[in-house]
Write a protein that binds this ligand. Structure first.
Ligand SMILES: [Zn+2]
Length: 417
């Protein structure tokens, strides 16, 4: 134990009464360092046995002074602490004659250091933690000890100014951590959605447009829509997800192809110019489809291109569910007596799609569900049957010819039931 020579100014050759305040000068404002405490006791007093780990109980805070019951075995004294920026004033009711601190004060303050490193004495300032604890004692642990009397009951969590678990950190430190998230406001009230645009006879092949939706208060439903193509501008880029960026790019690529292609899959242009672009187009849809499954998707009917300059119209729009099962295309031939009828039999996981099915280019709709066809050949066959009014009727006298010219080629690729 380092016993130091008394510093000038504290030195007092005559003994003092421990009940009077003894002033310990602090090297740093409100900080009691271990060396400072150890140089505040005379050699003789420091060698006194006992008073190890005294029980400490906060009694009161009056006239800027904290009173702490300081007990060991069956003996108790009251320790008084008074704090100023560069001073700690200490007294003990034992009334012993000492040069500096009495053993009771010294051991109690040692305990404070034991729990608190260089002890932060601000707790014992007027309006500090000690006073708060006394004014609100039912919210704090009643066990004795320096550590315990600043210990709030579990239900209080951390108590501001008293039991902060992250002392030394400011909230700014935590908030300065990297956060590549979009600004909160935009996440909360806006959401990207995607709209599959389908047309009547004069329009284009189906294409996909991004659109910025305005969310309801709960943030779970889009209640309004921005213009078509809203959400792709630079200002929104920061909060788009990687998938949304990919989708926006796919929208553009789909548009570039759709713009130059005829609006039908079975078209004379295909005979002369080939189907490369059409294959690319279907491939883009296959890239977009799995990404779209995680976004709100709508189908929008349009009949005039200038509609695309405005906002989506709720009248022509339907929320749809994308399904990742690919329809299996088969055909069914039914004998109706005077004639036979050939119909399309699209199956999903082995079951026929029956309800309100609509065939449209690359897609089959069933109520609010949409399926993407696997191949251009499937799409061409679906379109063939759609143009045929849904079924082909063959009278008996024509059947042999139909079988040779139509069914035989068809059966090379498709199952006929
Ligand atoms: Zn004492």
């Amino acid at each position: 134990m380092g016993i130091k020579k008394k510093e000038p100014g504290i030195s007092n050759p005559s003994l003092r009464n421990a009940s009077d305040f003894y002033t310990i000068p602090l090297e740093e404002d409100y900080i009691l360092a271990e060396e400072t405490l150890e140089s505040s006791i005379d050699i003789k007093t420091s060698k006194q046995p006992g008073w190890f780990y005294p029980d400490l109980k906060l009694l009161s805070f009056k006239e800027d002074t904290a009173a702490i019951l300081n007990s060991n075995d069956k003996t108790s004294f009251t320790l008084h602490l008074k704090v100023e920026p560069r001073k700690l004033m200490v007294s003990c009711t034992c009334g012993l004659q000492v040069e500096m601190l009495c053993i009771h004060s010294f051991k109690a303050l040692s305990l404070l250091l034991h729990f608190d490193g260089p002890a932060d004495l601000k707790k014992f300032m007027p309006g500090g933690a000690a006073q708060t604890v006394l004014d609100n004692s039912k919210y704090f642990e009643t066990k004795t000890g320096f550590r315990n009397f600043f210990n709030p009951k579990a239900a209080m969590g951390a108590v501001y100014g008293i039991s902060e678990p992250l002392e030394g950190f400011s909230i700014e430190d935590a908030l300065a951590m990297p956060a590549p998230l979009p600004p909160k406001k935009q996440i909360k009230d806006m959401a990207m959605c995607y709209i599959i645009m389908v047309s009547g006879r004069k329009g284009l092949l189906p294409f996909l447009l991004p659109c910025l939706g305005k969310l309801n208060k709960a943030g779970d439903h889009i209640k309004g829509f921005g213009k078509f193509l809203s959400g792709i501008q630079k200002e929104h880029d920061a909060w788009l997800t990687e998938e949304q960026r990919t989708l926006n790019s796919l929208c553009l690529q789909i548009w570039k192809l759709v713009e130059k292609l005829p609006n039908e899959l079975i078209h004379e242009d295909m005979l002369y110019n080939g189907t490369d672009d059409l294959s690319k187009l279907l491939d883009l849809w296959h890239q977009a489809f799995p990404l779209l499954m995680r976004q709100p998707v709508y189908k929008h009917f349009y009949y005039k291109p200038r509609q695309l300059k405005g906002r989506p119209s709720k009248r022509y729009m339907q929320k749809i569910n994308l399904k990742d099962a690919a329809p299996l295309i088969q055909f069914k031939l039914t004998d109706k007596g005077a004639f036979k009828q050939l119909e399309l039999l699209p199956l999903i996981n082995g079951k026929e799609i029956r309800n309100h099915k609509i065939f449209d280019k690359f897609f089959i709709y069933e109520n609010d569900n949409i399926y993407l066809l696997s191949s251009l050949r499937d799409a061409a066959m679906v379109e063939w049957m759609k143009k045929s009014g849904g079924r082909i009727t063959i009278f008996k006298n024509q059947f042999t010819q139909f079988e040779n010219s139509f069914l035989q080629p068809l059966k090379k690729y498709y199952e006929l039931r």
